[in-house]
Design a binder for this molecule. Structure first.
Ligand code: PMP
Length: 353
Protein backbone atom coordinates (compact mmCIF):
# COMPACT_ATOMS: atom_id res chain seq x y z
CA UNK A 1 0.00 0.00 0.00
CA UNK A 2 1.34 3.44 -0.85
CA UNK A 3 1.21 5.87 2.01
CA UNK A 4 0.94 9.62 1.22
CA UNK A 5 3.76 11.92 2.35
CA UNK A 6 2.88 15.04 4.26
CA UNK A 7 4.23 18.38 3.03
CA UNK A 8 8.02 18.35 3.15
CA UNK A 9 8.21 21.90 4.54
CA UNK A 10 6.35 21.24 7.78
CA UNK A 11 9.23 20.62 10.18
CA UNK A 12 10.15 23.26 12.72
CA UNK A 13 13.52 24.84 12.08
CA UNK A 14 16.51 22.93 13.46
CA UNK A 15 17.53 23.93 16.92
CA UNK A 16 14.12 25.17 18.07
CA UNK A 17 13.02 22.14 20.08
CA UNK A 18 14.10 22.10 23.69
CA UNK A 19 14.34 18.66 25.27
CA UNK A 20 12.15 18.36 28.39
CA UNK A 21 14.58 16.81 30.83
CA UNK A 22 13.16 15.62 34.13
CA UNK A 23 15.10 17.81 36.57
CA UNK A 24 14.21 19.66 39.77
CA UNK A 25 14.67 23.20 38.43
CA UNK A 26 13.04 23.90 35.06
CA UNK A 27 13.94 27.32 33.73
CA UNK A 28 13.63 26.67 29.99
CA UNK A 29 10.17 27.71 28.78
CA UNK A 30 9.53 31.15 30.32
CA UNK A 31 6.53 30.03 32.36
CA UNK A 32 5.64 31.68 35.64
CA UNK A 33 7.25 29.91 38.61
CA UNK A 34 4.16 30.62 40.72
CA UNK A 35 0.81 28.81 40.67
CA UNK A 36 -2.29 30.93 39.94
CA UNK A 37 -4.15 32.52 42.90
CA UNK A 38 -6.02 30.09 45.19
CA UNK A 39 -9.14 32.27 44.97
CA UNK A 40 -9.20 31.85 41.21
CA UNK A 41 -9.05 28.05 41.58
CA UNK A 42 -12.03 28.16 43.93
CA UNK A 43 -13.99 30.52 41.64
CA UNK A 44 -13.29 28.23 38.71
CA UNK A 45 -14.31 25.07 40.58
CA UNK A 46 -17.67 26.57 41.53
CA UNK A 47 -18.27 28.08 38.06
CA UNK A 48 -17.69 24.68 36.45
CA UNK A 49 -20.73 23.39 38.37
CA UNK A 50 -22.96 25.53 36.17
CA UNK A 51 -21.46 24.76 32.76
CA UNK A 52 -23.98 23.30 30.32
CA UNK A 53 -21.65 20.65 28.96
CA UNK A 54 -24.17 19.36 26.42
CA UNK A 55 -24.24 22.76 24.68
CA UNK A 56 -21.64 24.44 22.49
CA UNK A 57 -19.89 27.37 24.17
CA UNK A 58 -20.58 31.03 23.39
CA UNK A 59 -18.99 31.28 19.96
CA UNK A 60 -18.20 34.97 20.37
CA UNK A 61 -16.66 34.49 23.87
CA UNK A 62 -18.63 37.61 24.81
CA UNK A 63 -17.99 37.79 28.55
CA UNK A 64 -14.29 36.95 28.26
CA UNK A 65 -13.80 39.62 25.62
CA UNK A 66 -15.69 42.13 27.76
CA UNK A 67 -13.42 41.34 30.70
CA UNK A 68 -10.25 41.72 28.58
CA UNK A 69 -11.59 44.93 27.02
CA UNK A 70 -12.14 46.29 30.54
CA UNK A 71 -8.61 45.29 31.53
CA UNK A 72 -7.06 47.19 28.62
CA UNK A 73 -9.61 49.98 28.26
CA UNK A 74 -10.63 49.07 24.73
CA UNK A 75 -13.92 47.86 23.24
CA UNK A 76 -14.86 44.13 23.17
CA UNK A 77 -14.94 44.26 19.36
CA UNK A 78 -11.23 45.17 19.51
CA UNK A 79 -10.40 41.87 21.28
CA UNK A 80 -9.77 38.53 19.55
CA UNK A 81 -9.28 35.43 21.73
CA UNK A 82 -7.75 32.06 20.85
CA UNK A 83 -6.06 28.95 22.23
CA UNK A 84 -2.76 30.52 23.21
CA UNK A 85 -1.16 33.49 21.50
CA UNK A 86 0.39 31.06 19.02
CA UNK A 87 -3.11 30.41 17.70
CA UNK A 88 -3.66 34.17 17.51
CA UNK A 89 -0.48 34.38 15.38
CA UNK A 90 -1.73 31.52 13.23
CA UNK A 91 -5.07 33.28 12.69
CA UNK A 92 -3.18 36.42 11.63
CA UNK A 93 -1.19 34.44 9.06
CA UNK A 94 -4.31 32.70 7.76
CA UNK A 95 -6.22 35.96 7.41
CA UNK A 96 -3.46 38.34 6.26
CA UNK A 97 -0.81 35.98 4.86
CA UNK A 98 -1.14 32.99 2.53
CA UNK A 99 0.11 32.24 -0.99
CA UNK A 100 1.47 35.29 -2.80
CA UNK A 101 1.72 37.27 0.45
CA UNK A 102 4.74 38.11 2.57
CA UNK A 103 5.61 38.42 6.25
CA UNK A 104 8.73 40.23 7.52
CA UNK A 105 10.62 39.08 10.61
CA UNK A 106 13.75 40.55 12.20
CA UNK A 107 16.06 37.85 13.56
CA UNK A 108 16.93 36.75 16.13
CA UNK A 109 13.32 36.65 17.27
CA UNK A 110 10.52 34.27 18.25
CA UNK A 111 10.91 31.30 15.90
CA UNK A 112 7.17 30.67 15.64
CA UNK A 113 6.57 33.89 13.70
CA UNK A 114 8.40 32.59 10.63
CA UNK A 115 7.35 28.98 11.28
CA UNK A 116 3.63 29.80 11.34
CA UNK A 117 4.09 32.04 8.31
CA UNK A 118 5.67 29.09 6.44
CA UNK A 119 2.85 26.76 7.49
CA UNK A 120 0.31 29.16 6.01
CA UNK A 121 2.36 29.39 2.78
CA UNK A 122 3.25 32.99 3.49
CA UNK A 123 6.65 33.96 2.09
CA UNK A 124 9.02 34.99 4.87
CA UNK A 125 11.26 38.00 4.35
CA UNK A 126 14.06 38.12 6.87
CA UNK A 127 15.81 41.17 8.26
CA UNK A 128 18.37 41.17 11.07
CA UNK A 129 18.63 43.03 14.31
CA UNK A 130 21.74 44.99 15.25
CA UNK A 131 24.51 43.35 17.31
CA UNK A 132 22.83 44.63 20.49
CA UNK A 133 19.57 43.03 19.23
CA UNK A 134 17.79 46.36 18.74
CA UNK A 135 15.66 46.78 15.62
CA UNK A 136 17.27 49.04 13.02
CA UNK A 137 14.38 51.15 11.71
CA UNK A 138 16.37 52.19 8.61
CA UNK A 139 16.76 48.53 7.72
CA UNK A 140 13.04 47.95 8.34
CA UNK A 141 12.40 50.82 5.90
CA UNK A 142 14.62 49.14 3.27
CA UNK A 143 13.13 45.66 3.76
CA UNK A 144 9.63 47.12 3.71
CA UNK A 145 10.25 49.17 0.56
CA UNK A 146 11.72 46.15 -1.25
CA UNK A 147 9.30 43.43 -0.12
CA UNK A 148 6.08 45.33 0.75
CA UNK A 149 5.23 42.80 3.49
CA UNK A 150 1.56 42.16 4.24
CA UNK A 151 2.55 41.39 7.84
CA UNK A 152 5.48 42.75 9.87
CA UNK A 153 6.18 40.73 13.00
CA UNK A 154 7.94 42.38 15.90
CA UNK A 155 8.37 40.98 19.38
CA UNK A 156 8.67 43.22 22.42
CA UNK A 157 10.24 42.31 24.76
CA UNK A 158 11.92 40.11 22.20
CA UNK A 159 12.28 36.36 22.71
CA UNK A 160 15.05 35.11 23.05
CA UNK A 161 17.02 38.34 23.60
CA UNK A 162 14.86 40.13 26.21
CA UNK A 163 15.13 43.70 24.91
CA UNK A 164 12.02 45.81 24.26
CA UNK A 165 11.22 47.88 21.18
CA UNK A 166 11.24 51.61 22.03
CA UNK A 167 7.89 53.35 21.50
CA UNK A 168 9.44 55.72 18.93
CA UNK A 169 10.66 52.79 16.82
CA UNK A 170 7.21 51.18 16.96
CA UNK A 171 5.65 54.45 15.80
CA UNK A 172 8.18 54.86 12.96
CA UNK A 173 7.72 51.27 11.76
CA UNK A 174 3.97 51.71 11.84
CA UNK A 175 4.30 54.83 9.77
CA UNK A 176 6.32 53.14 7.02
CA UNK A 177 4.54 49.74 6.91
CA UNK A 178 2.11 49.06 4.09
CA UNK A 179 0.58 46.03 5.86
CA UNK A 180 -0.39 44.85 9.31
CA UNK A 181 2.14 45.40 12.11
CA UNK A 182 1.98 42.65 14.74
CA UNK A 183 3.60 43.43 18.05
CA UNK A 184 3.96 40.21 20.02
CA UNK A 185 3.81 41.25 23.67
CA UNK A 186 3.82 37.79 25.25
CA UNK A 187 6.22 39.34 27.81
CA UNK A 188 4.68 42.82 27.71
CA UNK A 189 3.68 42.90 31.38
CA UNK A 190 7.33 42.65 32.45
CA UNK A 191 8.29 45.73 30.44
CA UNK A 192 7.83 49.44 31.15
CA UNK A 193 5.85 50.19 28.01
CA UNK A 194 3.10 48.54 25.97
CA UNK A 195 1.92 49.33 22.44
CA UNK A 196 -1.68 48.67 23.48
CA UNK A 197 -1.95 52.44 24.04
CA UNK A 198 -1.28 52.88 20.28
CA UNK A 199 -4.12 50.60 19.17
CA UNK A 200 -6.76 52.50 17.22
CA UNK A 201 -9.46 51.47 14.75
CA UNK A 202 -7.72 53.52 12.06
CA UNK A 203 -4.17 52.20 12.70
CA UNK A 204 -3.05 48.81 11.24
CA UNK A 205 -1.44 47.66 14.50
CA UNK A 206 -2.33 44.60 16.58
CA UNK A 207 -0.81 43.62 19.92
CA UNK A 208 -0.80 39.96 20.99
CA UNK A 209 -0.84 38.83 24.62
CA UNK A 210 -0.95 35.55 26.52
CA UNK A 211 -2.12 34.03 29.81
CA UNK A 212 0.92 31.72 29.73
CA UNK A 213 3.48 33.99 31.40
CA UNK A 214 2.24 36.77 33.68
CA UNK A 215 -1.07 35.09 34.49
CA UNK A 216 0.58 31.82 35.63
CA UNK A 217 -1.77 29.88 33.36
CA UNK A 218 0.33 28.23 30.65
CA UNK A 219 -1.72 25.04 31.06
CA UNK A 220 -4.88 26.92 30.07
CA UNK A 221 -3.73 27.75 26.50
CA UNK A 222 -5.34 31.17 26.27
CA UNK A 223 -4.07 34.14 24.29
CA UNK A 224 -5.60 37.24 22.77
CA UNK A 225 -5.06 40.22 20.57
CA UNK A 226 -5.98 43.88 20.91
CA UNK A 227 -6.45 45.58 17.55
CA UNK A 228 -8.75 47.48 15.20
CA UNK A 229 -12.32 46.12 15.10
CA UNK A 230 -12.06 45.36 11.37
CA UNK A 231 -8.95 43.23 11.94
CA UNK A 232 -10.72 41.34 14.73
CA UNK A 233 -13.64 40.74 12.33
CA UNK A 234 -11.21 39.37 9.71
CA UNK A 235 -9.60 37.03 12.24
CA UNK A 236 -13.02 35.72 13.22
CA UNK A 237 -13.44 34.56 9.62
CA UNK A 238 -10.54 32.10 9.97
CA UNK A 239 -11.32 30.90 13.51
CA UNK A 240 -13.04 27.51 13.60
CA UNK A 241 -16.60 27.53 14.97
CA UNK A 242 -16.59 27.35 18.80
CA UNK A 243 -12.79 27.29 18.85
CA UNK A 244 -12.63 28.50 22.45
CA UNK A 245 -14.16 26.01 24.88
CA UNK A 246 -16.47 27.01 27.72
CA UNK A 247 -14.00 26.19 30.51
CA UNK A 248 -11.32 28.37 28.99
CA UNK A 249 -13.72 31.27 28.53
CA UNK A 250 -14.76 31.07 32.19
CA UNK A 251 -11.21 30.55 33.47
CA UNK A 252 -9.89 33.57 31.58
CA UNK A 253 -12.78 35.81 32.58
CA UNK A 254 -12.41 34.89 36.26
CA UNK A 255 -8.64 35.44 36.09
CA UNK A 256 -9.03 39.06 35.04
CA UNK A 257 -10.51 39.79 38.50
CA UNK A 258 -7.13 38.81 39.99
CA UNK A 259 -5.17 41.62 38.34
CA UNK A 260 -3.63 42.75 41.64
CA UNK A 261 -2.23 39.28 42.37
CA UNK A 262 -0.89 39.10 38.83
CA UNK A 263 0.84 42.47 39.17
CA UNK A 264 2.41 41.37 42.46
CA UNK A 265 3.78 38.24 40.75
CA UNK A 266 5.16 40.35 37.91
CA UNK A 267 6.84 42.72 40.37
CA UNK A 268 8.43 39.76 42.21
CA UNK A 269 9.72 38.29 38.95
CA UNK A 270 11.11 41.65 37.78
CA UNK A 271 12.92 42.10 41.08
CA UNK A 272 14.36 38.55 40.84
CA UNK A 273 15.38 39.26 37.24
CA UNK A 274 17.39 42.29 38.42
CA UNK A 275 19.06 40.21 41.12
CA UNK A 276 19.87 37.44 38.65
CA UNK A 277 21.26 39.95 36.15
CA UNK A 278 23.52 41.46 38.82
CA UNK A 279 24.74 38.01 39.89
CA UNK A 280 25.45 36.97 36.29
CA UNK A 281 27.44 40.15 35.72
CA UNK A 282 29.83 38.90 38.43
CA UNK A 283 30.40 35.56 36.69
CA UNK A 284 32.46 34.70 33.62
CA UNK A 285 29.54 35.31 31.22
CA UNK A 286 28.16 38.06 29.00
CA UNK A 287 24.57 38.90 29.91
CA UNK A 288 22.18 41.11 27.95
CA UNK A 289 19.71 43.58 29.48
CA UNK A 290 16.17 42.19 29.64
CA UNK A 291 12.66 43.57 30.12
CA UNK A 292 11.14 40.07 30.11
CA UNK A 293 11.00 37.14 32.55
CA UNK A 294 14.19 35.60 31.16
CA UNK A 295 17.82 36.50 30.52
CA UNK A 296 20.10 35.65 27.62
CA UNK A 297 23.71 35.00 28.61
CA UNK A 298 26.87 33.57 27.07
CA UNK A 299 29.74 31.88 28.90
CA UNK A 300 32.97 33.70 28.00
CA UNK A 301 35.44 30.85 28.40
CA UNK A 302 33.33 27.70 27.97
CA UNK A 303 31.19 26.38 25.12
CA UNK A 304 27.47 27.07 25.62
CA UNK A 305 26.59 23.45 24.91
CA UNK A 306 29.00 22.18 27.58
CA UNK A 307 27.64 24.62 30.12
CA UNK A 308 24.07 23.55 29.28
CA UNK A 309 25.01 19.90 29.96
CA UNK A 310 26.84 20.91 33.14
CA UNK A 311 23.68 22.63 34.39
CA UNK A 312 21.48 19.62 33.54
CA UNK A 313 23.92 17.36 35.42
CA UNK A 314 23.33 19.63 38.43
CA UNK A 315 19.53 19.45 38.11
CA UNK A 316 18.93 22.76 36.31
CA UNK A 317 17.36 23.01 32.85
CA UNK A 318 17.77 26.24 30.82
CA UNK A 319 17.04 26.78 27.14
CA UNK A 320 19.90 25.64 24.98
CA UNK A 321 20.04 28.37 22.36
CA UNK A 322 23.76 27.82 21.79
CA UNK A 323 23.31 26.69 18.18
CA UNK A 324 20.47 28.94 17.10
CA UNK A 325 21.40 30.20 13.65
CA UNK A 326 20.64 33.88 14.22
CA UNK A 327 22.15 34.21 17.72
CA UNK A 328 25.85 34.56 18.54
CA UNK A 329 27.18 31.03 19.13
CA UNK A 330 27.12 29.74 22.69
CA UNK A 331 24.16 31.69 24.13
CA UNK A 332 21.84 30.20 26.74
CA UNK A 333 18.48 31.52 27.94
CA UNK A 334 17.35 31.23 31.53
CA UNK A 335 13.80 31.86 32.75
CA UNK A 336 13.51 33.82 35.99
CA UNK A 337 12.20 31.39 38.61
CA UNK A 338 11.52 31.64 42.33
CA UNK A 339 14.33 32.94 44.54
CA UNK A 340 15.23 29.35 45.48
CA UNK A 341 15.28 28.20 41.85
CA UNK A 342 17.42 31.17 40.84
CA UNK A 343 19.87 30.42 43.64
CA UNK A 344 20.05 26.79 42.49
CA UNK A 345 20.73 27.98 38.95
CA UNK A 346 23.42 30.44 40.05
CA UNK A 347 25.32 27.91 42.14
CA UNK A 348 25.04 25.23 39.41
CA UNK A 349 26.33 27.77 36.90
CA UNK A 350 29.18 28.87 39.11
CA UNK A 351 30.23 25.25 39.64
CA UNK A 352 29.96 24.44 35.93
CA UNK A 353 31.97 27.46 34.84
N1 PMP B 1 5.04 34.79 21.65
C1 PMP B 1 6.23 34.69 22.25
C2 PMP B 1 7.23 35.74 22.01
C3 PMP B 1 6.52 33.60 23.06
O1 PMP B 1 7.73 33.49 23.63
C4 PMP B 1 5.54 32.62 23.29
C5 PMP B 1 5.77 31.44 24.19
N2 PMP B 1 6.93 30.76 23.98
C6 PMP B 1 4.32 32.76 22.63
C7 PMP B 1 4.10 33.85 21.83
C8 PMP B 1 3.26 31.72 22.71
O2 PMP B 1 2.57 31.78 23.89
P1 PMP B 1 1.25 30.96 24.10
O3 PMP B 1 1.54 30.06 25.24
O4 PMP B 1 0.22 32.00 24.44
O5 PMP B 1 0.89 30.24 22.83
Amino acid sequence: MIFPDCRADLALRDGYHSPQVDVAVRLNTNESPYPPPEGWRRDLASAIENVEFNRYPDRAATRLREALAGLHQVRPDQVFVANGSNEVLQSICLAYGGPGRRAAVYEPTYALHSHIAHLSSTEVVQGTRRDDFSVDVDQVADVTAAARPDITFLCSPNNPTGNALPAVSAAEILELSPGLVVLDEAYGDFADWSAISMVDDEVPLVVTRTFSKTWSMAALRLGYLIGPARVVASLERVALPYHLDALKQIAGRLAVAYGDEMRRRVAAIVSERRRLQGALENLDVDVWPSEANFLLFRPKSRKGDEVWHGLVDRGVLVRNTSNWPSLPAGCLRVTVGTGTENDAFLSALEETL
